[in-house]
Write a protein that binds this ligand. Structure first.
Ligand code: SAM
Ligand code: SF4
Length: 460
């Protein structure tokens, strides 16, 4: 089978012949990592071989250092919005797959999408990830564009959704041009598994069963001018070391072809899904220990690429993952169409974290993280290479931290209970005092005052 730019032979060679670094080599790789410029993929592959607990701890410590240096305590929050669970594919791990008769099927009307959006805005969300199954045929793109317009059109008092990211099936270039024109933020599509035979087994029929077409989706999205693309692996289907090596080949390919890599990497682990045997018994289940290792190595290798964790994970795993490298999390999520405004069933998979947005916010604020609803870069055109140019010299802190603080303040003033507001205001006070540049600190303090007085959407 043609596997495109994923060189399976090279990966298997590496898996067979590569040894873990000894203590001195590990020192060298981690010293290189601490320069904050990323490490080579060959170095990352050596790290993937590490099994020694003490060495793994050193890798994690380095990842924590990098996370702190580049991202500080900022953490972006979003909610998924499932618009349809109809699907013509038969992905063995997913409850939405065509042959599963155990869930109710539904495609939201635009009025229902409006209602879902209202529920999310009422909670205080500003960023939405819009998802559908692949069951809408020729109508799919039209429907998605109208769904995007609907979400953007909802205003509730001072609330609105300011960035919509999209996770829908692979499209031709023209389709991606249409999505770009609809003002999407990031286009996400997960390869699920890069191993071509496993891919075939897991996707026995439907349009998604074409490995190469799915693999090259990001090429078409970037050809169409979408700057921010998000990739992902569904961990549990294949040996995680194979997957991470292949993911790095994917990123390398996009960097070579378009001059910029990917905006985000999602790291879902397989969760139990109704009517899916595979989801109950993952062929290559990833342990918590290996999961931490994966996140750490990705953070070290591609330090400026956002990393996303969803509500698939329970609260404790998410806490660990934040310090190691995760920069975005979903919160208060429902994975069934209509799930925010009613209790209708038909979930894609079961959630490991059932807390509301407010509970998650209080928890992460107590841990010292600033929940960010900022959408500034995307709305000021700082995307793709422009974003990377800005991010790489560490400037991310100059823009992102003040914007995180002001967007969090907007949440606290307009949506939080008094208890959460107290925790949040204390954290903001501390963060403000920690901004080293006098001018930036004063500017941020002035923005906070404006928000106290009723202003919204204040960013630099
Ligand atoms: N239908 C589109 C597709 O498959 O690319 C996009 C939306 S799909 C709802 C989003 C993602 O959910 C999939 O890419 C897959 O990784 C993930 N997913 C499916 N079943 C899952 C499960 N049992 N546990 C965790 N994630 C799952
Ligand atoms: Fe359909 Fe996506 Fe689920 Fe596959 S993962 S069955 S394409 S919704």
């Amino acid at each position: 089978m043609d596997t495109g730019f994923i060189d399976h032979g090279r990966i298997y060679d590496y898996l067979k012949n590569t040894t873990p670094p000894d203590a001195k080599e590990l020192d060298e790789i981690l010293a290189h990592a601490k320069e904050l410029k990323g490490i080579s993929y060959a170095e990352a592959e050596r790290l993937l071989m590490v099994e020694d607990d003490a060495h793994l701890a050193r890798i994690s410590d380095t990842a924590r250092f990098i996370k702190e240096e580049i991202y500080g305590k900022r953490l972006v929050l979003f909610a998924p919005l499932y618009a349809s669970n109809l699907c013509n594919n038969d992905c063995l791990y997913c409850a939405f797959r065509r042959t599963n008769k155990m869930i109710p099927r539904r495609t939201l009307t635009f009025d229902e999408i409006r209602r879902e959006t209202q529920s999310l805005i009422q909670q205080g969300h500003k960023r939405v990830l819009l998802l559908t199954g692949e069951g809408l045929g020729m109508q799919a793109l039209d429907y998605t564009v109208k769904a995007i317009e609907t979400v953007y059109s909802v205003k509730m008092g001072k609330g609105e959704i300011r960035r919509i990211n999209i996770n829908i099936a692979a499209l031709p270039v023209e389709g991606y041009k249409t999505l770009k024109a609809a003002r999407i933020g990031t286009y996400q599509l997960f390869q699920e598994t890069y191993q071509a035979d496993t891919y075939k087994t897991m996707h026995p029929s439907g349009p998604k069963s074409d490995y190469l077409y799915h693999l090259t989706a990001m090429d078409r999205a970037m050809e169409a001018g979408i700057d921010d693309v998000g990739v992902g692996i569904l961990f549990g289907l294949e040996d995680y070391r194979f997957e991470v090596m292949a993911l790095l080949q994917h990123i390398h390919h996009l960097e070579e072809r378009f001059g910029t890599g990917v905006h985000t990497i999602s790291v879902p682990r397989l969760e139990p899904a109704t009517g899916s045997e595979v989801s109950l018994n993952p062929p290559h289940a990833v342990s918590d220990r290996d999961f931490r290792k994966i996140i750490s190595i990705l953070r070290i290798t591609v330090p400026y690429t956002g990393m996303i964790l969803s509500t698939r994970e329970n609260a404790q795993t998410r806490r660990d993952a934040l310090s190691l490298g995760i920069s975005q999390i979903s919160a208060g999520s429902r994975t069934n169409p209509g799930g925010y405004s009613e209790d209708s069933g038909g979930e894609q998979f079961s959630l490991g974290d059932h807390r509301s947005l407010e509970e998650v916010i209080r928890d992460i604020a107590t841990m010292g993280y600033i929940p960010s609803f900022c959408t500034g870069c995307y709305r000021l055109g700082r995307t793709g290479q422009d974003f990377m140019d800005l991010a790489k010299p560490g400037l991310i802190k100059h823009f992102c931290l003040p914007n995180a603080i002001t967007s969090f303040k907007e949440y606290l003033v307009n949506y939080a209970t008094p208890e959460t507001r107290k925790v949040g205001d204390a954290l903001i006070g501390k963060m403000l005092a920690d901004i080293p540049q006098e001018e930036l600190r004063q500017k941020t303090a002035a923005s906070l005052k404006k928000i106290e007085d009723g202003a919204v959407d204040v960013y630099v």
